[in-house]
Ligand binder design. Structure first.
Ligand code: NAP
Ligand code: 8YV
Length: 318
């Protein structure tokens, strides 16, 4: 008999085909009464496939006594309690590396879209302003600007490398200095004060909760731009909205929000804000690579007792 797998959230047809070939798949979205379903099927579930947004809620993990592996379609796994998983001997995997390029590209796209007023200028043409009012106001360049990267890991490093093409002067803030040529800043407020752009690309979770607070936003200031491709929780969203409304922050490019899929409505009418719906990794190519790795981890776990990409907390578990 094939091991039971609970799928939380969606999966591409390619992922479904592979999962169906190796597992007895149950989809959470098709279960109307979870408690009744869990009483009847909970013991048969040995694997969970989920994503960075849905994670695994505590009541779901508790209802699966024979769970052995959780595979996350995404690199960020802050929605999965790895302490609980580890204490129960449950392996947790994620998809690092394969999405670096596209997430970095979106971060830079948001920098360009905010600095060059892409959304405003698109409207300028479509609304007839160009013909009726003349040329759009000038924008600003990202060439040679100062960029501070909050989180210089796999993706932050890729953002930095790509920004070298624009001649940007790059500094970064992390807990530990890295062996790189960029300038390390151990104080986030001081870094924010000195840069034109602050790009957040840390994990979510308690350690980074509201790292970008009022003090950091004010240090970035009316000429500064905040780019957030990390997690909504990394930025104090209320303070961000206030700062934009009061002109204390120049602009923002945001892919992630505190209460997804909702973004603060106050941002919708702001011309100096560019919003994307958590799509930094959402290209066909990258999502295929993420899906392949998500399923590969599950299949390897049951075939070989090993996985390709465990989360660091589970790296010693097999
Ligand atoms: P990574 O390689 O683990 O890098 C994380 C970086 O953040 C490291 O440089 C780490 O350095 C730093 N960091 C961690 N905690 C910190 C703290 N409290 N203060 C300051 N810096 C801290 O991870 P990655 O693969 O680059 O991914 C980063 C995150 O991007 C993911 O976890 C996810 O939340 C987000 N992401 C978002 C999207 C999207 O669709 N928008 C897509 C992919 C990833 P130190 O350990 O030295 O502090
Ligand atoms: C995904 C992400 O969109 O990898 C991450 O951490 O945030 C994104 O790539 C997310 O996992 C939801 O599927």
């Amino acid at each position: 008999m094939q091991p039971g797998l609970l799928l939380i959230g969606g999966a591409t047809p390619r992922m479904m085909d592979k999962m169906n070939a190796h597992f007895e798949v149950h989809q959470l979205s098709e279960i109307t009464d979870f408690n009744t379903w869990a009483t009847e099927n909970g013991e048969t579930i040995e694997a969970v496939a989920t994503n960075g947004h849905d994670g695994v809620k505590p009541d779901i993990m508790a209802a699966l006594p024979n769970l052995k592996v959780i595979s996350c379609y995404g690199v960020g796994y802050d929605a999965i309690n790895t302490d609980t998983a580890r204490s129960r001997g449950i392996m947790v995997t994620h998809t690092p590396g394969v999405l670096n390029a596209d997430v970095a590209n979106l971060a830079i796209l948001l920098m360009l879209a905010t600095s060059r007023c892409l959304v405003r200028d698109d409207k300028w043409v479509r609304s007839g302003n160009w013909a009726n009012r003349g040329n759009a106001p000038l924008t600003t360049s990202i060439e040679n600007k100062k960029v501070g990267i909050l989180g210089l890991g796999r993706i932050g490093g890729e953002i930095a490398r790509k920004l070298e093409v624009f001649g940007c002067d790059i500094s970064y803030h992390t807990r530990n200095a890295k062996d790189v040529a960029y300038t390390y800043r151990d104080n986030l407020v001081e870094m924010a004060r000195e840069v034109d752009y602050l790009v957040a690309i840390t994990p979510g979770g308690e350690a980074t909760n509201k790292l970008v607070n009022r003090e950091v936003i004010d240090a970035l200031g009316p000429e500064g731009t905040l780019i957030n491709v990390a997690r909504g929780s990394v930025v104090d969203e209320q303070e961000l909205v206030l700062a934009l409304q009061e002109g204390r922050l120049g602009a923002a490019g945001l892919d992630v929000f505190e209460n997804e899929p909702h973004a603060p409505e106050a941002l919708f009418e702001m011309e100096n804000v560019v919003l994307t719906p958590h799509t930094a990794s959402a290209t066909v190519e990258t999502r295929q690579a993420m899906g392949d790795l998500t399923v590969e981890n599950l299949i390897r776990f049951f075939k070989e007792g090993k996985v390709s990409t465990p989360v660091p907390e589970c790296a010693d578990m097999g």
